[in-house]
Design a protein around this ligand. Structure first.
Ligand code: WT7
Length: 690
């Protein structure tokens, strides 16, 4: 149905009537739209852009849908393949009713992602170009690596890993802060065909242990400590606890490689397990700086990344080499209008998918210069980001709405103190960006000069799915706009029926794309159940979406029990299970509430075991329990003492009601007659301010 609209001579699906106007505006004619807030790229920007007009996008998009094999194989051919893929570019079964879900791209093609990031670019003459700039937490501490230097370091780590017995297909857990050694380790794994699983260094020991138990790595790579802002974080202690925890579940780990970060902690103060722990700096430099590539099939795994779902334990999202490589490189190039002269900075941590696809792989595949920042974005003050932008002449700046909102609160003076002249494209990711934050980002940070790419995607999708192409069309603040090449978003109703025109419903995707995840590690059934069964024939994103009269997409947030806190995905079930593990907590129900800076905050209703009194100490203790079990970023913002929880007669907690109570929309509680005990609601409301 998407193409039907395209064919109906409207440039954008579902009647994007503004596009002819957009053309007029690009040509310099004024457009006054009463009802829409259109923000247009300048003529200068569009003229130089990789995709400079809606027509050009439409032509490319149309081809990508009508001839995906041709479209993607042409792009894939720009990479190095030891051996070309077999007959099929894409082989998929996307419909559970036809059997097992299967997604394969470039199967039979033999390649290596590290080779394509480094060796290939060096051969093309980029050896002396800076690949990574590193800016430390403390202003004044910095460093850089050219493509050749990066390759040498990657090879040393790769050789070390091989030496300790890491082989193709083996998992390696990486628990590092944002230092160059993090992308170096990822690339070293990719070089030898090992599967990295980076765990965000803000996760607790228990979360890390859970991941170690699940993927059984051959080694863990970490750092003794790091400073973010004024706080030292003792990573090695967390790793020790995690390894001890997971050792209960054999086989236990025998190698822990530790990067020595003397700025945060002295060597002699680092706790040490003889025989298992080894200092990075003591071994890595001894290894040769060349290392042959382990050639892999396009469908061999590249990495595992755990993410939260609405139920149970975190899911190991598995991405494979070939399709992911092609997709992240292409999305990076177009969504940020990348040019070889750009200096690119993404504030995300490599512990999340954004750092995989758009700190490490996407940019390096394009031969880009990437900035890696170790510290907190507001340290020593709220001007740090713009200080960094000026220092490195950053031209593409990609961040999350939560940071925009928090800097917005600190005031414009921190921004305008710096020139920011180098900026040309801004990006946003992680959650819907509210129009006022969008405008501040656009007007204040970007001096009303830089288009904003609001990129909607997910850990599962590998790369951007719905995103502006900054030179091609008018933006609407807060809308992620239109689909990337090859992506067919559909909006369905509760029954799974596609709805058209101006509508809102559940966001699904029709047909696979190269960057899609292939399975959940060790649990293909959960993969099918979670993503492909809710609406047979489609991939279900878990997000709600509205499509406006012009075909623009407006993401409306998760429709499942996942909360998005500062762009971090947190399963309510995980927080609840942490809370009920506290001996004095009988029951807990967690919902998301609007939060001025974080987007959503975590609001927990807690029922205590009989006769335990409510107290401030207990409240703190419950929050601490969640911090310890998941990580500080998952700490509840509010504990609401609940004498009882609203349940149906069959015992199901009615979260709809809890959400209304949490957001004080007390006149919108709706029908409470199906509750087992309607009095519970009254009690909860009375307890609201206790
Ligand atoms: C969820 C995915 C993708 C990298 C960061 C988060 C939300 C993400 C946007 C956006 C509206 C967004 C969705 C999605 N989300 N980007 N631009 N506009 N919502 O990855 O942890 O896998 O979370 O983040 O709800 O489902 P993730």
């Amino acid at each position: 149905s998407y193409l039907r609209h395209v064919d109906s001579r409207k440039l954008m699906p579902n009647g994007a009537g503004h596009i002819p106007h957009l053309k007029a505006v690009i040509l310099g004619e004024a457009l006054a739209s009463e009802e829409d807030d259109l923000v247009l790229p300048s003529k200068e920007f569009s003229d130089q852009a990789n995709v400079h007009s809606p027509e050009q996008y439409m032509e490319m998009y149309k081809r990508s849908i009508e001839d995906p094999d041709g479209f993607w194989s042409e792009i894939a051919s720009q990479f190095y393949w030891k051996q070309k893929w077999g007959e099929k570019v894409c082989d998929e079964n996307f419909d559970v009713r036809d059997g097992k879900i299967k997604i394969e791209w470039f199967k039979g093609g033999i390649t290596n992602v590290c080779y394509n990031c480094l060796d290939r670019n060096i051969e093309a003459g980029l050896g002396d170009k800076v690949a990574l700039y590193w800016e430390g937490n403390e202003p004044g501490l910095d460093g850089s690596l050219t493509y050749s230097q990066l390759l040498n370091q990657v090879c040393q780590v790769a050789n070390y890993l091989k030496d300790i017995g890491v082989k193709k297909g083996d998992a390696v857990i990486v628990y590092l802060p944002m230092i160059n050694e993090l992308p170096i380790t990822m690339l070293a794994c990719a070089r030898i065909g090992a599967v990295h699983s980076v765990v965000f260094a803000g996760f607790s020991a228990e979360s890390l242990a859970q991941r170690i138990t699940d993927c059984k790595p051959k080694a863990v790579i970490t750092c003794n400590a790091v400073r973010r802002g004024t706080k030292p974080i003792l990573l090695k202690d967390i790793v020790d606890a995690a390894i001890n925890d997971s050792a209960k579940d054999p086989p236990s780990l025998d190698v822990c490689l530790v990067y020595d970060n003397p700025v945060a902690l002295k060597r002699e103060d680092t706790k040490w397990t003889q025989g298992r722990d080894i200092w990075w700096q003591d071994v890595i430099p001894k290894y040769p700086s060349t290392c042959p590539v382990e050639w892999v099939d396009a469908e061999d795994p590249l990495f595992l990344l755990y993410t939260s779902g609405s139920t149970g334990k975190p899911k190991g999202v598995l991405h494979t080499a070939g399709g992911y490589m092609v997709y992240t490189a292409t999305t990076f190039k177009y969504a940020f209008d990348y040019k070889p002269s750009d200096i690119y900075w993404c504030t995300a941590d490599c512990g999340w998918i954004t750092g995989h696809s758009y700190v490490t792989y996407g940019p390096l595949l394009n031969g880009a210069t990437v900035l890696v920042y170790e510290g907190a974005p507001n340290y020593p003050d709220a001007g740090r980001c713009w200080d960094i932008v000026d220092k490195y002449k950053v031209s593409i700046f990609y961040t999350a709405p939560t940071l925009v909102r928090s800097l917005m609160r600190d005031g414009e003076a921190y921004v305008t103190r710096y020139s920011r002249k180098s900026l040309r494209v801004l990006g946003s990711v992680g959650e819907p960006i509210n129009p006022s934050a969008w405008r501040w980002f656009y007007n204040v940070v970007g001096d009303s000069r830089c288009p904003i790419s609001d990129t909607w995607w997910q850990t599962e999708t590998g790369g951007f799915m719905i995103t502006p192409l900054p030179g091609a069309w008018a933006q609407k603040p807060g809308s992620a706009t239109f689909p990337f090449f090859g992506i067919q978003p559909v909006i369905v109703d509760e029954k799974g029926v596609e709805i058209d025109g101006e509508c809102s419903g559940y966001l699904c995707i029709k047909k696979s794309w190269p960057g899609a995840f292939r399975t959940l590690y060790g649990d293909h059934e959960r993969y099918e159940t979670t993503y492909f069964k809710p609406f047979a024939g489609y991939y279900f994103s878990g997000d709600g979406c509205r499509r406006d009269k012009d075909g623009y997409h407006w993401l409306t947030g998760r429709v499942d029990d996942v909360i998005n806190v500062s762009g971090h995905r947190i399963g309510t079930a995980e927080v609840e299970s942490a809370l009920v593990s506290h001996p004095q907590c009988a029951e807990a129900a967690v919902v998301g509430v609007e939060h001025e800076v974080k987007g959503q905050g975590i609001y927990a209703f807690v029922t205590l075991v009989d006769s335990v009194p409510y107290s401030e100490d207990l409240r703190k203790d419950l929050i601490l329990t969640v911090r310890k079990q998941i990580g500080a970023f998952a700490a509840p913002d509010k504990i609401h003492w609940a004498p009882g929880l609203p349940k149906t007669r069959s015992g199901k907690i009615m979260r709809r009601i809890l959400r209304k109570i949490a957001s004080r929309q007390l006149d919108e509680l709706g029908d409470t007659s199906t509750l087992a005990d309607p009095n519970v609601v009254k009690q909860l409301i009375e307890f609201s301010d206790s």
